[in-house]
Design a protein around this ligand. Structure first.
Ligand SMILES: Cc1ncc(COP(=O)(O)O)c(C=O)c1O
Ligand SMILES: N[C@@H](CCCC[NH3+])C(=O)O
Length: 445
C-alpha cells in the first residue's frame, strides 16, 4: 500500500482501491450505497490534538477551543467533540438541540447568530449554556429583558467587526465594516454596546468576539483583528471600567482542498494569535484574557471524503467531456456557491494513468451543478465506477439540500478497519414526512 495526498489514513492498495480508516471505499459504497460521506475519525482527533498542543505550548495561558458545529453537526459528531473535551459553537435552535441531545455539557456551549429568536434564547437560558455571543442591540435588550423576567444571569460576549478584510471569498468574509454581523468598532457602536451591557444587571459581559472569515491562509488577518480589538478594549477599560476576561478570535483556519491550497500549520496560527494578544496586552498593561477560538472547517474538512457512483458520460468533441455522478449540489453546494475547487480520484482505478480531462456533473436540474470543472481521470473511468472527492467534511452535509427532492446521503465514521453508520440515508418517505396532503394519498405506492 502506498500513501496518497496528505489526508489522514487514506491509502491506495495494489489493485488501485482507495482505503480510508483501513477500509476499502469500494466496500463502503457496496455496504452503505452512494453518495456517501465518509469521515476519518482518527484525522478529526488528530486535528483536535494539534489545536490543543498548540495552545498547551503557551504556559499559563487560559484557552478554550469551541468546535463550530455549523461545519458538520450530527449527534455522533457532537459526542466525539464532547469526548475530546472541546467546547461547542452553535448558531441556531437546531444546532443547540442537537448538541443538548448528544449530551454536550451546556456550560461549554456558546450561542452565536445575528438574529436569534426569543424561543431560541429561551432554549439557551433553560439549558443554562455557557455564553451567548450577542450580535446586536436588539438582542442585547431582548436578552436582558428575558433574564430579568426569569431572574437569571447569563455570561455574554459581544461580537464586533474589527474592519478587517480577510483574504478569502467575498461570501465568507465576515470581519469587514460592511457586514450583517456584530457591533462596529470604528463607528462607536461597539463602545455603546459595552456601556449598555455593563449596565444590564443580568448580563455578565465577559469578553468580545470577532470572526473575520473562513478558509484563511495567513496570520495577519487574525493578528490585525486582535490589535484593533485590544486598542478598543484598552479605551473601554480606562473609560468604562470594562474588564476583558475572554478574547474570542473565531475560526477560519484554512485547509487543503487542492494542491493550490497551502494552509499554515495549526501552531503558526495559534502562536501568532497568542503572541499578538500577549504583546498588545503588555503594551496597554491589560491582564492577559483567556483566548477562545472556534474552528470548524479545520477540524472536519480534510477528514471527510464523498463517494459517488459514476453514471452517464457525454462527450462534446473539442469542447468538454462530462461525467455525471449520483450526487452534486444537493450534497455539496460549495462549488456552485463559492466556485470552490476540489480534487478527486477514481477510487477503484486509482493507479491507472490519468489521461482523460473531464467535468464532473451533478444530477440536479441546474447547469451550474458542476462539482469539478476540470479533473484528470483514467480513460476507463465510466459508468459504475467510484469517484472519491476529498476534503468534503466541512459544509457539505451541513449545507445539503433537498433540491429536486434528492434524499440526503448517509454518513459513516471509519477508524481502524471499522465503519459506523452515524446518519442513515434518507428514504423517499423521509422526503414527504412534513408534507400535508390536500387529499387522501395514493394507495398505489
Ligand atoms: C462566528 C463563526 N465562528 C466560527 C466559524 C467557523 O469557521 P471555519 O469553519 O472557517 O473555522 C464561523 C464560520 O465562518 C463563524 O461564522
Ligand atoms: N459555509 C462556508 C463558510 C461560512 C461559514 C460560516 N460563517 C463554506 O462552506 O466555506
Amino acid at each position: 500500500m502506498g500513501r496518497i495526498a496528505v489526508f489522514g489514513t487514506q491509502e491506495i492498495n495494489r489493485d488501485g482501491h482507495l482505503y480510508i480508516g483501513g477500509i476499502d471505499t469500494n466496500d463502503l459504497a457496496g455496504e452503505f450505497g452512494t453518495p456517501l460521506y465518509v469521515y476519518d475519525t482518527a484525522l478529526i482527533k488528530d486535528k483536535i490534538n494539534q489545536f490543543k498542543k498548540a495552545f498547551d505550548k503557551h504556559e499559563g495561558l487560559n484557552w478554550q477551543i469551541a468546535y463550530a458545529s455549523k461545519a458538520f453537526s450530527t449527534l455522533a459528531m457532537i459526542q466525539l467533540v464532547n469526548e475530546q473535551g472541546l467546547s461547542l459553537d452553535v448558531v441556531s435552535g437546531g444546532e443547540l438541540f442537537t448538541a443538548l441531545k448528544a449530551g454536550m455539557d451546556p456550560e461549554r456551549i456558546h450561542f452565536h447568530g445575528n438574529n436569534k429568536s426569543e424561543s431560541e434564547l429561551a432554549m439557551a437560558l433553560d439549558a443554562r449554556i455557557g455564553a451567548v455571543i450577542v450580535d446586536n442591540r436588539d438582542e442585547l435588550e431582548l436578552l436582558e429583558r428575558m433574564c430579568t423576567e426569569r431572574d437569571q444571569q447569563i455570561a455574554i460576549l459581544l461580537r464586533v467587526t474589527p474592519g478587517i478584510e480577510a483574504h478569502t471569498h467575498e461570501f465568507i468574509m465576515t470581519g469587514q465594516d460592511d457586514s450583517k454581523f456584530g457591533f462596529n468598532l470604528a463607528n462607536g457602536t461597539a463602545q455603546q454596546a459595552v456601556k449598555q451591557a455593563l449596565q444590564a444587571a443580568h448580563l455578565q459581559l465577559i469578553g468580545i468576539h470577532a470572526h473575520i472569515g473562513s478558509q484563511i491562509f495567513e496570520t495577519n488577518g487574525f493578528t490585525g483583528a486582535i490589535r484593533v480589538m485590544l486598542k478598543h478594549v484598552n479605551q473601554w477599560t480606562r473609560e468604562l471600567g470594562f474588564a476583558l476576561n475572554v478574547l474570542n478570535v473565531g475560526g477560519g483556519f484554512g485547509i487543503r482542498y487542492t494542491e493550490k491550497d497551502r494552509p499554515l500549520p495549526i501552531t503558526s496560527y495559534i502562536d501568532a494569535i497568542v503572541e499578538t494578544a500577549e504583546e498588545e496586552c503588555a503594551r496597554y498593561r491589560l491582564p492577559m484574557p483567556a483566548l477562545w477560538i472556534e474552528p470548524g472547517r479545520s477540524i472536519v474538512g480534510e477528514a471527510g471524503t464523498s463517494l459517488y457512483t459514476v453514471g452517464a458520460a457525454k462527450t462534446i468533441p473539442g469542447i468538454r467531456n462530462y461525467l455525471s455522478i449520483d450526487g452534486g449540489m444537493a450534497d455539496n453546494i460549495r462549488p456552485s456557491l463559492y466556485q470552490a475547487e476540489y480534487q478527486a480520484i477514481c477510487a477503484n482505478r486509482a493507479l491507472e494513468p490519468k489521461t482523460n480531462k473531464v467535468a464532473i456533473a451533478g444530477k440536479c436540474c441546474e447547469s451550474g451543478d458542476i462539482l469539478i470543472k476540470e479533473l484528470m481521470l483514467p480513460e476507463t473511468c465510466s459508468s459504475g465506477d467510484l469517484l472519491a472527492v476529498f476534503s468534503t467534511g466541512a459544509y457539505g452535509y451541513s449545507m445539503a439540500s433537498h433540491y429536486n427532492r434528492i434524499a440526503n446521503p448517509a454518513v459513516v465514521f471509519v477508524e481502524n478497519g471499522e465503519a459506523t453508520l452515524v446518519v442513515r440515508r434518507e428514504s423517499y418517505e423521509d422526503l414527504i414526512r412534513c408534507d400535508v396532503p390536500l387529499k387522501n394519498l395514493s394507495p398505489n405506492i
